[in-house]
Design a protein. Structure first.
Length: 324
């Protein structure tokens, strides 16, 4: 049995339990979903482990195959310590470093042996994401990955009532392999929550500041060979301790700023941080008669306006200055 605060209680197959207990998945308990943000706000503490299990359970709830549930559970297994902060450190605009290293990491992990013991080939499951239409879809469509992090962050960080989340989950249906919402009201509800997470959390000045400072720490340490790529595959606390133990004046200063972050405002004047985040625009499919689907923005002025505002917000980037 496995219990999740959002999806409830499930009895799962032995292969899923064995994977959950693997070293590769257990490491994710120490990798925070939002990178270094927990260092400036301890409440921002959702982990890649919670998200990965959630994606697996959502796919299960939507009727996905056991193989797709496995793919969902393992989709973030190669995330480095501090998640996408490493992409900032490496100036990787695609934010996909974990995908680039996934095959090599998995080949050296305990995952292939576990899957093989249950008759699965890890390469068949994990080297062709396009076959898993519930797990991954290009923006602006819905997918289990996108739905879970929206619901999970909304639940933990914005106190969104579980009753509302359950109503949304009950509105989901599958048409031609795509996740579709059967209610315009629920479609508008999800888009609103999605942008709440993106704009009020992802773009929060403290979140951006923590990512910038930790990225500078990692970048400096990599460039001077104080750490290597293998160190990035530690969990957050392990890498944090390794970096702090370097006791380098430049890093000490950055760590002090993380421990005592300044008050920040969004302003282009005297800015100390600038980040341009990956554009995240959501436009879920909605159905009214189960025979045809339409984009939410085609039938909802509310969704269309939210998308327009989010696009403009993303295009501006995030300029942070010290508050006076």
């Amino acid at each position: 049995m496995i219990v999740d605060p959002i999806y409830g209680e499930f009895e799962i197959e032995p292969v899923l339990m064995s994977l959950i207990e693997s070293k590769a998945i257990q490491r994710l308990k120490g990798v925070h979903q939002a990178g270094a943000s927990y260092l400036v706000n301890p409440l921002w503490n959702v982990t890649r482990y919670e998200h990965s299990v959630g994606v697996m359970l959502l796919i299960r709830q939507l009727g996905g195959s056991l193989s797709e549930q496995i793919a969902g559970l393992l989709h973030d297994v190669s995330h480095t310590a501090f998640s996408h902060v490493v992409d900032v450190a490496l100036a990787n605009k695609e934010e996909n470093y974990h995908e680039l290293i996934r095959a090599s990491l998995l080949a050296q992990s305990d995952i292939p042996e576990i899957l093989g013991a249950y008759g699965f080939n890890w390469q068949d499951i994990l080297t062709n994401d396009q076959q898993w239409t519930l797990l991954e879809q290009e923006l602006p469509a819905l997918c289990a990955d996108r739905i879970d992090y929206t619901l999970r962050d909304s639940f933990h960080y914005f106190d969104n009532p579980l009753k509302e989340i359950q109503s949304f989950l009950e509105s989901l249906t599958i048409i031609s392999g795509k996740i579709v919402i059967n209610s315009l009201e629920q479609g508008e509800w999800f888009v609103k929550k999605f942008y709440q997470v993106v704009i009020d959390f992802f773009y929060d000045p403290a979140n951006i500041f923590s990512a910038d400072r930790m990225a500078k720490i990692i970048q400096y340490s990599l460039n001077h060979d104080f750490i290597g790529p293998d160190d990035l595959l530690l969990d957050d606390q392990q890498l944090l301790e390794r970096l702090k133990n370097l006791s380098l004046p430049f890093l000490v200063l950055l760590f002090e700023q993380l421990e005592n972050p300044p008050e920040l405002v969004e302003s282009v004047h005297n800015q100390i941080v600038f980040q341009r985040q990956k554009s995240r625009i959501i436009d879920p499919f909605i159905t009214f008669d189960k025979n045809s689907i339409v984009k939410g923005s085609d039938v909802s002025v509310f969704i269309k306006e939210l998308n327009k505002a989010a696009f403009e917000r993303s295009k501006r980037g995030i300029h942070l200055s010290l508050a006076f």
